[in-house]
Design a protein around this ligand. Sequence first.
Ligand SMILES: *Cc1c(COP(=O)(O)O)cnc(C)c1O
Length: 338
Amino acid sequence: MRIDLRSDTVTRPSKGMLDAMMTAKLGDDVYAEDPTVNALEDRVATLFGKSKALFFPSGTMANQTAIKLHTQPGEQLICDKYAHVYNYEGGGVSFNSGVSCRLVDGHRGMMTAAQVEAAINPPDFYHSPLTSLVTLENTTNKGGGACWDFNEIKNIRKVCDAHHLGFHLDGARLWNALIAKSETALQYGAVFDTISVCFSKGLGAPVGSMLVGDEALMNKALRIRKMLGGGMRQIGSLAAAASYALNHHYDRLKEDHQKAKEIASVLQQLEAVASVEPVETNIVIFKLNPNLDEALFLDNLKAHDILVSDMGSGKLRMVTHLDYTDEMHANLLEIVSK
Ligand SMILES: *Cc1c(COP(=O)(O)O)cnc(C)c1O
């Protein structure tokens, strides 16, 4: 039995989800005539208290659209050095928007308001790029699924207001943070200008993300999505999968979090493991003892049909998800502890 813990993106649509996809009402979404997409967009906009949400084929495209919305070529955005928009979107910020990233040396992918403020270039100093956007990520991916302190987010919002900066949240795993911290989408909608969320991570849909924001911004987002090639036609079946995921796979995220914590506590006891980062959601990042051969460790796991991710700099990652069953969990804990 393969145990795939590389990412929460490896899930397959369940029977119930496939049924929902097969029976979805369809229309041409480029004409805004797909009733299933429209219903999901309305639902997610309402969830965040924003006027509009747009369905995207990927979280990357939703983030890239947001960055384009808030910036002009030559300008600069501020993000943590671990940010997905900087590390894992193929250099899209420079390709699509012609902007650079000012990286902040935060803690587990999270910055303080003081760090953000210090990273802003003085707008009248025309030698440096004009700062126009701050991007946060919650939960942080490379930061090991860490969740932000909401008060710090509010403080960063104040900095953005004082300096007229856009404020975007990469919320690919925001659902996990909401569950872990008992927070609401509404409170996030109230502080950010735009938020991207994914249905294809912990929620287990095969594809799909959304960008939410207010009317004027989202009307522009529609054109940018079109330019990036994200205008899709009869995609109600994809929206149906996302909608099913919200209905059936949201509350259970806490099970993923529980399993991740149990994995972490077993890893912590191993001589082979030097350190395990604190686990708040569904991501476990750990380091092996430096005298251990990492390739050998990974090969050993592979021999047991266990797959994990190598994050570089000696960090390994396991991510729990919908298709990681209780049985797999019991097996994993047993194999790893040996
Ligand atoms: C997965 C992810 C995305 C989007 O990824 P896609 O594969 O393009 O959907 C964005 N941000 C973070 C933090 C992610 O983990």
